[in-house]
Ligand binder design. Structure first.
Ligand code: OGA
Ligand code: MN
Length: 323
């Protein structure tokens, strides 16, 4: 499993299924997850594909997105889509031009994961004064860290060892400090500054989609094939009336959007590199998750970039206003 979550009141525990003893009383959301999860060949025929058919009766055009990309200067013009039955969920296919996808992905392996931002690796390692950033370490093929368990200094001198350590990054948090166990932001400690370049980028996108938005906290999720994110509602933010913004890079994936209850109808969407979605209005309280990362879908245009670390992975930048 990709990320562990604490069960909420009334939430079902994970089901461990013995073949031939499948439980019959699964919620609609869990049934949808079952359809896509695992290693079996994936059937995409009923998933919504915004590149395939804009005449899909399940979707509608909710608006028009016209934005000059703040990083690469390209003008992006796209329809903004909604899906019937998931009020407030908005989808902008190909909202991020390739050049900016490459920049974003590079930063997800450099400035955004460097201290003071926190990643899952921080639980295991301290940084030495020699640490000048993961991407630099990757480029020079050397990384020195202190293991927390025994205080020992370890030096990775093989490019492949540095690469495999960086590939163990599963999440990074930006801005407000977030505790994964208590699912709470730490409002007492002053937050890390939200990366200013990303704040501008996200604000430009949200304005283009018709919302005022102040990026204060972010979670970057790093998925590899086989990883998934269990259905959940993001309810830790004090202000739930502002949309949550989600940027996808790298491998395509299946994104499930449901409703406020686990038995509400669920739709599956194929999300691709460069797509942006917003959980606005009622959908801010809707269950959603990522049951499947789609192997072999890495876009050639990014593949040609220097970010070999991105190879065969999906990155999701999930940005929230907290207050
Ligand atoms: C999250 C989330 C969705 C995705 O981080 O809370 O819902 O597309 N991510 O990875
Ligand atoms: Mn979420």
């Amino acid at each position: 499993m990709h990320r562990q979550r604490v069960l909420e009141p009334g939430e079902e525990p994970p089901q461990y299924v013995i073949a031939g003893h499948e439980p019959q009383n699964l919620t609609a959301f869990r049934q949808a997850e079952r359809l896509y999860r695992g290693k079996k060949p994936v059937d995409l025929s009923t998933a919504i594909d915004f590149t395939r058919d804009s005449a899909d009766p399940r979707v509608f055009v909710a608006g028009r997105y016209r934005v000059t990309d703040p990083w690469c200067g390209s003008v992006v013009e796209q329809d903004i889509y909604g899906i019937h039955g998931h009020e407030g969920f908005l989808y902008i296919p190909s909202a991020i031009p390739i050049a900016s996808q490459v920049l974003l992905a590079t930063r997800c392996f450099s400035t955004y994961i460097n201290p003071p931002n926190v990643t899952n690796l921080n639980a295991h390692y301290d940084f030495t004064p020699h640490f000048h950033g993961y991407l630099d370490a990757y480029r020079i093929g050397s990384l020195q860290l202190m293991r927390k368990a025994d205080g020992q200094s370890i030096v990775l001198n093989q490019e492949s060892d540095v690469e495999s350590l960086i590939r163990k990054i599963r999440w990074a948090t930006l801005g407000f400090h977030y505790n994964w166990t208590s699912k709470q932001y730490n409002f007492d400690n002053s937050p890390n500054p939200f990366p200013p370049d990303l704040a501008v980028y996200c604000q430009t996108i949200s304005t283009g989609a018709g919302f005022e938005f102040c990026p204060e906290a972010g979670i970057i999720n790093y998925y590899q094939p086989g990883d998934s994110l269990t259905g959940h509602v993001d309810r830790s933010e004090r202000n739930m009336s502002v949309p949550l913004l989600s940027l996808s890079l790298g491998l395509s994936a299946i994104f499930l959007i449901g409703g406020a209850g686990r038995n509400d109808p669920v739709s599956a969407v194929i999300v691709r590199s460069g797509d942006v979605s917003l959980l606005s209005g009622p959908s801010r309280h809707f269950y959603h998750g990522v049951p499947r990362v789609l192997e072999g879908t890495f876009p050639d245009a990014i593949f040609g970039s220097k970010v070999a670390l991105l190879r065969n992975s999906r990155i999701n930048i999930n940005v929230r206003q907290v207050n």
